[in-house]
Design a protein around this ligand. Structure first.
Ligand code: COA
Ligand code: AMP
Length: 635
């Protein structure tokens, strides 16, 4: 057999017989009631996996391992260089704490199907909060700590939670981020009134409590009775995770229980090559989809040990932090974003700090969240001497669309490519008319329906937005929003987004959303935001402001205020630091802003004057402004 034959046979089977293939994989999960059908795709684009079946995701992640002899195995290692704390939890201890927390949550009237927002830093209580909701069949929605009160308020209004679980603060290197005042402000801003909050107090910044609404975490949990696992339908939502849309209204990506558990179990073994009992580290944040799938649910469902790291790749305390964590906890693999490796490379280009650590048990580095740029991949490969696997996925998909399945059959790695499609993914490259393109040609990446288990069944309260946003442009396909190509060996390369989403340090942001904030400033008549290339973060947002007639304040005052406005309305994670004032924006004759040309100019790439431009001098003004701001401007 040739290299790749095992993968190709498995992939082909997953497409020709999806029900048979996934029914076999579903044996890795404990169900309390079998399914009526493996797949119901009778109402496209909606599709259900394992309808009729019942299970509990928390049971699959904790209780069953305790019952089957893993009770004393470490389930979770908390490693926090920002607080100098480390703590391990066995499966038994984690199960017991989660059961008590679930009891405390249930005591507040939270039942199956109710929503709970979790706004917490990277502490064990955040993981427990997610699992406790899953235990009750309540639907959690984790909001990343780097978002501002306004973003939190939007999510509160969209999913109308009965309860918010939070901590008093998060700890960023050099500053304590007080979460509780942000939550108070968000509750103030939101139309939906949150009746109850449970607050985990951290000594670094204890929070003031609102009488009658806020409860102390430790006190509440201490007196709670442990709660058992509530069976839910396979198709019931496990969580909602908001991600950037094209407007200020984020999209609530819904995840089901059954299909997700099956997909995660399959991927832990076959994509990541993890054996139950091994230590696995995903250095993301529980606020992102990667954190949901591979800090919390995936490794625990699989019976592995997961590392929860509250720190950064550099500065906590140095660029050797990742090597320290891998060697100290004997992690067999690491999953992170390329930006983290660019940060390490910048501080320690020769990798000298690695020499102090023993990484002999380390087998694979997985990268995702943005394109793995070949120089970073090659640097990591040379330094670590293990396979560096770039894999592609999205909040919507819940797990990888493409990857190199090292647990099944390692395939050759091609730097710049995220390798080959996961089971159930039938990818094609389409042109603007929706016609398939030739191998090697760049176009829109789309997947034929049905999508495999684990992918989003809908958007929260927005079935029409789901259909319209992802399935209408190319009927019969899921539009990924990414553009790329597939080569003669079937390897996929993802090059760029086709919409206004940009990727800043592995964080997904919408330029349209930032534009909405800039446009809300009194001085601003019109604006545009583009993502400009950044050596460290991949891309950073950059704003162009056209001021209203009669505004005669110094431009830097307006710029300073809009920068602050984005930080206040979206949050520090937007990393919006720069804007320039221009007399007008370059547009086509039909009024479309020429963002693509502006981006090329900013990135110093060759560009051509678009034939459809309304007034070419607007482009010259942009190029001049960018030059003054220190950006390249080739003509
Ligand atoms: N709470 C509050 N603020 C936060 C935060 C959090 N959880 N996370 C980040 N921020 C703040 C940062 O402090 C920073 O603020 P500043 O502008 O005042 O300095 C801002 O948001 C931007 O943060 P970021 O772009 O993340 O830079 P960083 O220097 O903090 O971290 C990396 C750099 C590479 C470590 C980080 O971006 C990273 O880990 N990225 C990978 C993301 C990821 O895992 N994606 C999922 C795919 S694997
Ligand atoms: P998110 O939903 O935050 O996970 O972001 C998803 C987006 O990140 C994708 O649509 C891609 O644009 C980008 N992305 C994620 N992983 C990769 C990868 N391996 N290669 C290229 N782009 C990626």
């Amino acid at each position: 057999m040739a290299v790749g034959d095992t993968y190709r046979a498995l992939h082909a089977r997953s497409l020709s017989d999806p029900a048979g293939f996934w029914a076999e994989q579903a044996a890795a999960i404990d169900w309390t009631r079998p399914w009526d059908k493996v797949l119901d795709a009778s109402n496209p684009p909606f599709c259900c996996w394992f309808p009729g079946a019942e299970l509990n995701t928390c049971y699959n992640a904790l209780d069953r391992h305790v019952q089957r002899g893993r009770g004393e195995q470490v389930a979770l290692i908390y490693d926090s260089p920002v607080t100098t704390r480390k703590k391990s939890f066995t499966y038994r201890a984690l199960r017991d704490q989660v059961a008590k927390l679930a009891g405390a949550i249930a005591a507040q009237g939270v039942r199956k199907g109710d929503r709970v927002i979790i706004y917490m830093p990277m502490i064990p209580e955040a993981v427990m909060a997610m699992l406790a909701c899953a235990r009750l069949g309540a639907v959690h929605s984790v909001v990343f700590g780097g978002f501002a009160a306004n973003e939190l308020a939007t999510r509160i209004d969209d999913c109308t939670p009965k309860l918010v679980l939070t901590a008093s603060c998060g700890i960023e290197p050099g500053r304590v981020v007080k979460y509780k005042p942000l939550l108070d402000q968000a509750i103030e801003l939101a139309g939906h009134k949150v009746p109850r909050c449970i607050v985990f107090q951290r000594w670094q910044a204890p929070a003031g409590m609102v009488k009658g609404r806020d409860l102390d975490w430790n006190e509440t949990v201490e007196t709670a009775a442990p709660h058992g696992c509530v069976p839910v339908e396979s198709t019931d939502p496990l969580y909602i995770l908001y991600t950037s849309g094209t407007t200020g209204q984020p999209k609530g990506v819904v995840r089901d229980n059954g299909g997700y558990c099956v997909a995660l179990a399959w991927s832990m073994r076959h994509l990541y090559g993890v054996q139950p009992g091994e230590v696995w580290w995903c250095a993301s944040d529980v606020g992102w989809v990667v954190g949901h799938s591979y800090i919390v649910y995936g490794p625990l469902i699989h019976g592995a040990t997961t590392v929860l790291y509250e720190g950064k790749p550099v500065g906590t305390p140095d660029a050797g932090a990742f090597w320290r964590v891998i060697s100290e906890h004997r992690a067999m693999a690491l999953f992170t974003a390329p930006t983290a490796f660019r940060a390490i490379k910048k501080e320690d280009p020769e990798g000298k700090l690695l020499k102090s650590y023993d990484l002999s048990q380390f087998r694979t580095l997985f990268l995702a969240g943005e394109r793995g740029d070949p120089p970073t991949i090659q640097w990591a490969q040379k330094l670590l001497g293990v396979p560096i696997v770039d894999h592609w996925w999205q909040t919507e998909t819940g797990w990888a669309i493409c990857g190199n399945f090292v647990g099944l059959e390692p395939m050759p790695i091609k730097p710049g490519s995220c390798s080959v499609p996961s089971p159930g993914w039938q990818l094609e490259v389409l042109d603007e008319q929706g016609a398939p393109m030739k191998r090697g040609e760049v176009g829109a990446l789309a997947a034929r329906l049905p999508l495999p288990p684990g992918t989003f069944p809908t958007l929260w309260n927005a079935d029409e937005r789901y259909r319209e946003g992802y399935f209408t442009e190319f009927p019969g396909y899921y539009k990924t929003g990414d553009a790329g190509f597939i080569d003669d060996d079937g390897y996929v390369s993802v090059m760029t987004r086709v919409d206004d989403v940009i990727n800043v340090a592995g964080h997904r942001l919408s330029t349209g959303q930032i534009e909405e904030v800039l446009g809300a400033h009194d001085d601003v008549a019109e604006c545009a935001v583009i993502g400009v290339a950044d050596e460290l973060k991949g891309q950073v947002p950059f704003g162009f402001l056209v001021l209203k007639a009669g505004v005669d304040r110094p431009h830097q005052d307006t710029v300073r205020e809009v920068v602050q406005l984005v930080r206040d309305r979206i949050g520090p994670v937007a990393f919006f630091k720069t804007a320039i004032v221009v007399p007008r924006l370059p547009k086509t004759r039909s009024g479309k802003i020429l963002r693509g040309t502006m981006q090329k100019i900013a990135d110093g790439q060759p560009w051509k004057m678009p034939a459809t431009i309304d007034d070419p001098s607007a482009i010259d003004e942009i190029a001049g402004g960018l030059k003054l701001a220190g950006y390249a401007a080739k003509t």
